[in-house]
Design a protein around this ligand. Structure first.
Ligand SMILES: NC(=O)c1ccc[n+]([C@@H]2O[C@H](COP(=O)([O-])OP(=O)(O)OC[C@H]3O[C@@H](n4cnc5c(N)ncnc54)[C@H](O)[C@@H]3O)[C@@H](O)[C@H]2O)c1
Length: 332
């Protein structure tokens, strides 16, 4: 299949492009570089040993996106392009609603018009809100606690409504848990522009000596060691879920959690990183961060039962691959 990958130079999109080519598919990428660097395309092409059609631009630009569908035979869309920083979304709600919702609307509308039948959307476990884990797909969604989460809930609804009206337009909503790690070549990984919001890029900055310590938000959660618990998934496992969704999702609307089903605390991730990589991560234990929940992990049974998909890589592999990428790209 020839797949349009929006936001394909970002963290998850770039790894998914590799998975697509590994399975004999091809990609056309559009990205506006709002959170990606120019070298990623070159590295991707080195990895897959082939040129990848790339369009620099914003997916909210209908004319530009329309031309992509006119100029390429597109069989499916993987829609990653979005802003994703929860804190920033609280400060700049218009920017988040404008970008994330217009992106979903524009790409879905044009995909439908050009008779594309498969559309996979990057959703998030944040849509479940603060309720007890494990999260499963049939749970009611609680109102979002921030604009970013609201854009994910609204985009899910928009896509469900489109598929209801046009059942030939098959939509898969993948609710990601917490992707970390990198491709084992060390060529691509997670390198957000600006101050990292997520745990692993922050750990990497500390390990590289760019920041003095890791802030751990909260030591009094009702968890084994008091720090927050999340379901970390290797980004290549997450990438492979997209290919499974494209190849095997059958219903008009398919909703799947993509996680390992196992929670790890912040302190456990730090410990695994230190042990596997022989690097010390100084900690600064501080107060809870507003909006964070204590525990979040997936019930991954549905995607396993329906698509035969299962994660393969463990936490040790995630922290090892993350560090390998950081060292390579920072010449540490
Ligand atoms: N990383 C996570 O922890 C996580 C968890 C759940 C869901 N998601 C979702 O997965 C998707 C990908 O996340 P990621 O971690 O790879 O983020 P990322 O920021 O690394 O990748 C997103 C890419 O989209 C591009 N982009 C953003 N808006 C665009 C626009 N309007 N037009 C063209 N390009 C645009 C950015 O330049 C970037 O390369 C996002 O939708 C995100 O909300 C991520």
């Amino acid at each position: 299949m020839n797949i349009l990958v929006t936001g394909g130079l970002g963290f998850i999109g770039s790894h998914t492009v590799v998975s697509l080519y590994e399975r004999g598919h091809q990609a056309v990428i559009i990205d506006d570089y709002s959170n990606a660097s120019k070298e990623v395309l070159e590295k991707l092409e080195t990895l897959i040993q082939s040129k990848i059609p790339f369009i620099e631009g914003n997916v909210t630009d209908s004319k530009l996106v329309e031309n992509i569908f006119k100029n390429h035979q597109i069989d499916g869309v993987l829609h990653f392009a979005a802003f994703k920083a929860v804190g920033e979304s609280v400060e700049k709600p218009i920017m988040y609603y404008e970008n994330n919702l217009n992106a979903t609307l524009t790409v879905a509308k044009l995909a439908l018009e050009h008779k594309v039948k498969k559309f996979v959307f990057s959703s998030s476990c944040t849509v479940y809100g603060d309720q007890p884990s494990p999260f499963h797909e049939e749970m009611d969604l609680l109102p979002a606690t921030n604009p970013y989460g609201a854009t994910k809930q609204m985009s899910e609804q928009i896509l469900k409504d489109i598929s209801f009206a046009h059942p030939e337009f098959k939509v898969t909503l993948l609710r990601y848990f917490n992707p970390i790690g990198a491709h084992d070549s060390g060529l691509i990984g997670e390198s957000p522009l600006g101050v990292p919001n997520n745990l692993m890029p922050y750990i990497l900055d500390v390990a590289l000596g760019k920041r003095p310590h890791l802030n751990v938000y909260g030591s009094d959660y009702p968890t084994l060691d008091g720090s927050g618990v999340r379901d970390y998934i290797h980004v290549m496992d997450l990438a492979e879920a997209h290919v499974a969704a494209l190849e095997k999702s059958l219903k008009p609307v398919n909703i799947y959690n993509v996680g390992t089903g196992q929670g790890s605390s912040v302190l456990e991730v730090v410990k695994a990183f230190e042990t596997m990589n022989d690097v010390k991560i100084p900690l600064n234990i501080t107060a809870r961060r507003p909006g964070d929940i204590a525990v979040s992990f997936a019930d991954p049974a549905k995607i396993k039962n329906e698509l035969g998909y299962q994660t393969k890589r463990d936490l040790n592999q995630m922290v090892k691959d993350a560090w390998n990428f950081a060292k390579r790209s920072n010449h540490a």
